[in-house]
Design a protein around this ligand. Structure first.
Ligand code: MG
Length: 208
């Protein structure tokens, strides 16, 4: 079975720099932050808010491609978003779920506990049943590359469930400090302002 790190390295190698990537809290964000140097990263989306935040960005910026780098535990907290994604069907949204069938599961000393996908739940089938026609499960880096390339070509929302190892024994070296969530949020908003020509951040003093 493939590791989270292997798939994130593959994703880092193929994803264009201007694709907005919203990553869920935990090792998706921690690893992605160590592996990439991109202004288009919004980190630490939690409590079911990774895919919804990416979905909102995709609707607000229809000419910008957006990728939700979600996880099984995080998405399961807010599964209803998949029905909304299916109905709106933004062609610029890709949802990639790192499914390790586990909450936490960061390494052997923190084994976490199983999510529903550790039992009978199949997230790609859930996405299809919600109405997302482009939904699949991938098992390795080649599968990820093929599906990401298809998704970025943009023919409607794509849902990719990546079946990964339960524990992240394979980890990137921690070589830099990552911005804290508030700092990152302002950096990300500033990046969108600059590259999309929209105003998001006001003075905070009222009156525009
Ligand atoms: Mg998980």
């Amino acid at each position: 079975m493939v590791s989270r790190l292997t798939l994130l390295k593959e994703l880092a190698a193929i994803i264009p720099n201007d694709v907005l990537v919203v990553s869920s809290i935990g090792n998706n964000s921690g690893f992605w932050g160590q592996l990439t140097e991109r202004e288009a990263n919004l980190f630490h989306a939690t409590l079911g808010m990774c895919t919804p935040a990416a979905f909102g960005l995709a609707l607000a910026l229809p000419n910008r491609r957006v990728l939700a780098l979600d996880s099984d535990g995080n998405l399961i907290l807010n599964l209803g978003v998949l029905g909304t994604v299916a109905n709106e069907n933004p062609k610029n949204l890709t949802i990639l779920v790192m499914d390790n069938r586990n909450y936490l599961g960061s390494h052997k000393d923190e084994p976490g506990m199983p999510t529903a996908t550790g039992g009978k739940m199949n997230l790609a089938e859930v996405a299809k049943a919600c109405g997302i026609a482009n939904a699949c499960t991938i098992q390795d880096a080649a599968g990820l590359r093929a599906e990401i390339n298809k998704a970025l070509a943009g023919s409607g929302a794509h849902f990719i469930c990546a079946s990964i190892e339960e524990l992240d024994n394979d980890r990137p070296p921690r070589t830099k400090r990552l911005a804290d969530p508030r700092e990152n949020k302002y950096q990300f908003a500033g990046y969108i302002q600059r590259t999309e020509g929209v105003e998001i951040l006001g003075s905070g003093l009222g009156g525009g």
